[in-house]
Design a protein around this ligand. Sequence first.
Ligand code: ADP
Length: 248
Amino acid sequence: DLTHGIILYLEGITVSFGGFKAVNDLNLYIGDGELRCIIGPNGAGKTTIMDIITGKTRPDSGSAWFGQQINLLKMNEPEIARAGIGRKFQKPTVFESHTVHDNLELAMVGNKQVWPTLTARLNTAQQDRIEAVLTTIGLKEKIRARAGSLSHGQKQWLEIGMLLMQRPKLLLVDEPVAGMTQQETERTAELLVSLAGTHSVVVVEHDMDFVRSIARKVTVLHQGSVLAEGRMDEVQNNPAVIEVYLGE
Ligand code: ADP
């Protein structure tokens, strides 16, 4: 069974803006539990692909499946999120005036109207869930800190934690280490590597050292199509890839 173990299938995806093909007959397959990096020069189509997976943009043609049952092209953005695809944008969007705990709680409860009055009513399982995510993201000591008081890196981890509260199967992460210190970058690499296996993780990233430090497999996009795919050491010696990057 060739389809065994694949969580995300994009086949023959084409997206045009006006007459311009931002994504051109793209095939992308992400394995269950895989950590994949997507790289490529500006304008290669990386953001557009994330937008298709999350239902923000509809392709002109092609198919997009999450597992074997879920046709992403028939669902809207909230339905896709509920099906288990979480997206982390580059800029952190935590609630700065609220605590780390309450940010995670909001992400779990997911209803701004009733929050923050819910705090007192969290059950043990919900409290345990918050604790577990705090441990994963390394912010246990910060549970009562206001999100606004965190460092840039800590805010990014908190936002990953907020995604985790919704128990996604697939995490899409856009440039997670932009603006981070070296130490924060290393910690983020550890975090993403630790999430793989129990989650599938797709990272769009420009920082090549970071990609090298985390990725098992890299997909290089160029002009809306896959230019090369493989291990970082294979991909970076590919003449076509070198040419695209030298031409930047
Ligand atoms: P990347 O994320 O790799 O930098 P994008 O997916 O953002 O690339 O963009 C791919 C191409 O499509 C770019 O040339 C961009 O200018 C174009 N593009 C993206 N979104 C739109 C849009 N809404 N309207 C017109 N052109 C767009």
